[in-house]
Design a protein around this ligand. Structure first.
Ligand code: G3I
Length: 367
């Protein structure tokens, strides 16, 4: 774990009297904070007292859920909207938590203007120039205020291809990725720079990720770590498949000299057709089985699944840099709304902010 993250963890732990071996109640931070950083994605500074308490008791890091993406922060070629990201970064500093910037280059939430020029597709030179300007401006603005960046997000193909056939790839080929890492290193030489993607614990996508890391390095880019998003479903964890892939991946990425993180952890309890984050079409229709509540038997399954994941993370703690949940509690998760409305229960706290059995299972797994 980086010195900065550890320092923040210790400082805020002391402030709350909940250090490992302290007298306060056990929390994510007191159990895991000295092993790896523990984060949550949030959208804006927390105002609700209960949410604020929950966050400060448990987390040492945050990831802005949307406001640093190209669409929200750079909606027009000459137009930046820094307000929401500035607010969140200032709030993090006030509350002693580190910020992981998310994300500089992604095919989603990226406005069309980025890829067009007077109605025609932009040239490779134009796209790369815009990308470098974007990264210099955004990563430059938060230099010294964020500890790390998800520099490139979800660029690997889910099928047989190497890279995703996105507008980035169609226009700039493979070069946009190493060029993005070079630009990020120039803009903020002190930040840790990551590649972030879902399903990269799966053997085929893991192999492509390792190829990509080699390519980035071979082309002169600096990359410090890899983020396994960890948008999982209950079944894959309980049948052991995800855990096997995860363990192999932690070892493989660490052996490649990378920091390893879970960056967007949640466990979907509504049965799914697809795994990962690319659920737009596959999950557009389906049931809403837990709209009237979450049955105890499912609570226990979720607890078991989270316990298994954290037992594995604890076993490999020296290889893990950060574990971030994608949302704070069941009332604040993308899995309630995308790509269809449903009542999901994928996190450690219920909508009323009470800890679920999964929370206790996570704490127990930490020893
Ligand atoms: O803010 C606008 C609002 O002004 C507008 O009225 C409203 C109408 O649709 O949309 C609002 O923006 C939405 C935004 O979330 C904020 O709520 C976007 O439509 C919606 O698409 C966006 O969804 C986000 C999604 O990324 C976009 O692809 C989710 O909140 C966010 O959790 C999700 O996060 C991604 C990670 O960045 C990358 N990995 C997968 C993960 C889950 O999809």
């Amino acid at each position: 774990m980086g010195r900065f993250l550890l320092g923040l963890g210790v400082l805020s732990t002391i402030a709350l009297g909940q250090g490992a071996g302290g007298n306060g109640p056990r929390t994510l931070k007191s159990v895991y904070g000295t092993k790896f950083s523990v984060g949550a994605a949030i959208s804006a500074p927390l105002q609700v007292v209960g949410e604020l308490r929950l966050f400060k008791d448990n987390f040492t890091a945050l990831t802005p859920e949307n406001c640093m993406k190209i669409g929200p922060i750079h909606p027009g070629e000459k137009k930046y909207q820094f307000g929401p990201a500035d607010d969140l970064v200032a709030w993090a500093a006030t509350n002693g938590v580190s910020v992981n910037g998310h994300t500089l280059v992604w095919h989603a939430q990226c406005p069309d203007w980025f890829f067009t020029d007077n109605g025609a597709p932009a040239s490779k030179e134009t796209l790369l120039a815009r990308m470098r300007e974007h990264i210099a401006t955004v990563a430059g603005r938060y230099k010294g205020k964020v500890v790390s960046w998800d520099v490139v997000n979800e660029a690997i193909d889910d099928g047989k291809g190497y890279l995703r056939n996105s507008p980035w790839y169609q226009i700039a080929g493979e070069d946009f990725i190493p060029e993005a890492f070079k630009a990020a290193a120039l803009a903020d030489p002190g930040a840790a720079l990551y590649y972030n993607d879902y399903n990269i614990e799966l053997p085929s996508k893991r192999a492509k990720t390792l190829d990509l890391i080699r390519d980035i390095r071979a082309k002169g880019g600096v990359i410090h770590g890899v983020g396994i998003q960890a948008h999982w479903g209950l079944t894959g964890i309980l049948n052991g498949q995800v855990l096997t892939w995860l363990e192999d991946s932690i070892v493989a990425f660490h052996s490649a000299g990378l920091k390893v993180m879970l960056t967007e952890l949640d466990i979907d309890v509504v049965p799914r057709k697809a795994s990962g984050a690319e659920v737009g079409t596959k999950e557009a229709s389906g049931d809403d089985p837990f709209v009237k509540g979450f049955p105890e038997v499912k609570q226990q399954e979720l607890a078991q699944a989270y316990g298994l994941v954290f037992a594995l993370l604890n076993k490999h703690a020296e290889k893990i840099d950060r574990v971030t949940f994608w949302g704070l509690h069941d009332g604040k998760t993308w899995l309630n709304s995308w790509p269809r409305k449903r009542t999901n229960h994928p996190l450690l706290w219920a909508r009323d902010l009470t800890p679920k059995p999964a929370y206790e299972a996570v704490l127990k797994a930490g020893g």
